[in-house]
Ligand binder design. Structure first.
Ligand code: SF4
Length: 451
């Protein structure tokens, strides 16, 4: 898709500029020292944009200090304020950050008021040369969109288009748009549909890609790579974030392997004596997603007819490649042979060790094939964003956890030390009494998602 150029500080997005890779801090933004140190680490890893949680005006002030300290050390990577639930905070942040991300699902409940507030925000952005991202998420669509369109690819696009239409009316060009889902099929189909809607409306806004709450480890990498690379291969996408429940540096190091496309051949990596096993497996993920993900996601490749393993690599055993091939089939939602984990990457709202918790949940539930389990870092956004899951572990803060069944909280205020065991008991008790909740969204196997 041909897009126009959006300037974000020193970075150009769209308009034929190279696709940029970005990440988000998982520090408390009020902890200036920790946030500056993490920004320095991700900048050294190659981050071209860094997002920080910006809940309220005090975080905007902290963001200004972080930016100032980074500039003093020669780091001018553009900073993005991630704002939810507060148009006033977005306006404050637009005076400080190079870009502000807002979510139509929580910018304002009333569509008319949202339009007025967005117009005011665009005025501040124009005055300060700030860019904007309209960031729609599958799990947090506005109420009126849910009523009319449901949480479908079309609903996601309608939510984005409402905001883009205001930007167009106001002659504001410095907008990037994203529509994300943890479901790779929904993410791909929604972005393709968005391109159609924008082309019909004569819009050329750059697109930010991402598979949200994709998890960690190989499963998280496969989901992110499958969705993002499928679209990049079609010429859709100007910037992206690989979302992992790991240190943000890992998102950058893995995301950098997406360029160039087609990927550097594995044989070239193998020829480097310094190539680690992790590098080889990460390169295999990128190569396999480049070769196989589009057909598997669209259903044009019949996975049932593929030899096993269908992915080749000289450094791995046949058994390892069979498991890898099955993981790729799961990431593309063809077949589910392991539990499906949805976990957010964590951010300034997270008040516990999310990475360690995900590891513990995976260890305790690895036998629950086909079950979808979410682990989310906060009670503010977590429940909405994990709406695809059958069970959820959501951090309340202050060492307490709420467990969810589908969309409903079933146990609140559980001490963190007990929560993994209680989650396991909840799932096993449901399974023994046939009360396992159905997944609330599509888990279609091998069938293209209908638009
Ligand atoms: S669910 Fe909460 S903790 Fe996790 S990334 Fe989103 S806002 Fe941050």
């Amino acid at each position: 898709m041909n897009t126009h150029t959006v300037t974000v500080g020193s970075l150009k997005i769209g308009g034929g500029h190279p696709v940029s890779v970005q990440t988000m801090c998982n520090t408390d933004t009020l902890d200036i020292q920790a946030s500056v140190a993490q920004c320095q680490r991700v900048a050294a890893a190659g981050a071209q944009m860094i997002r920080l949680t910006t809940q309220a005006p005090k975080q905007v002030k902290a963001l200004a200090r972080i930016k100032n300290e980074l500039h003093q050390t020669g780091i001018t990577v553009p900073l993005v304020a991630d704002v939810h639930f507060s148009a006033a905070t977005a306006m404050e942040a637009a005076r400080v950050a190079e870009k502000v991300r807002i979510n139509p699902g929580n910018f304002s409940k009333d569509p008319k008021r949202a339009k007025a507030l967005l117009t005011d925000l665009l005025d501040v952005c124009k005055e300060h040369g700030t860019a904007l991202r309209i960031g729609v998420n599958h799990g947090s669509l506005p109420e009126h969109i849910m009523e009319q369109h449901g949480d479908t690819p079309d609903g996601m696009c309608q939510a984005a288009m409402e905001y883009l239409n205001v930007c167009k009316e106001q002659g504001f060009e410095h907008v990037v748009v994203s529509i994300k889902s943890s479901n790779t099929r929904v993410m791909v189909q929604a972005n393709r549909l968005l391109v159609q809607y924008m082309e019909q409306a004569g819009m050329t806004y750059p697109i930010h890609l991402g598979v949200t709450e994709s998890g960690s480890g190989r499963q998280g990498r496969l989901k992110s790579a499958a969705g993002i690379i499928t679209l990049l291969k079609e010429g859709i996408g100007d910037t992206f974030r690989v979302s992992l429940t790991e240190a943000p540096e890992e998102e950058i190091l893995f995301g950098k392997l997406f360029q160039p496309l087609p990927p550097i051949p594995l044989s070239t990596t193998l020829a480097h004596e310094s190539a680690t096993t992790t590098t080889l497996w990460n390169r295999l993920i990128v190569q396999a997603c480049y070769d196989w993900a589009p057909g598997l996601l669209d259903g044009t490749t019949d996975w049932k007819t593929l030899p096993m393993p269908f992915v080749e690599a000289p450094f791995a055993t046949k058994e390892e490649l069979v498991e890898f091939s099955m993981d790729l089939l799961q990431a593309t939602r063809c077949v589910f042979t392991k539990p499906e984990y949805i976990s957010c990457p964590g951010c300034g709202r997270t008040q516990f060790d999310l990475e360690e918790t995900v590891r513990a949940v995976k260890e305790a539930t690895s036998h629950l094939k086909g079950c979808t389990i979410a682990v989310m870092g906060c009670i503010v956004n977590g429940p909405g964003e994990m709406a695809d899951a059958q069970y959820g572990y959501v951090g309340e803060g202050k060492g307490k956890v709420t467990l969810y069944k589908g969309k409903y909280p079933v146990m609140r205020g559980i001490p963190q030390e007990e929560a993994v065991q209680r989650l396991l008991e909840l799932i096993e008790s449901d399974s023994s009494t046939n009360k396992t909740p159905p997944s609330t969204r599509t888990t279609v196997t091998g069938v293209p998602f209908e638009i």
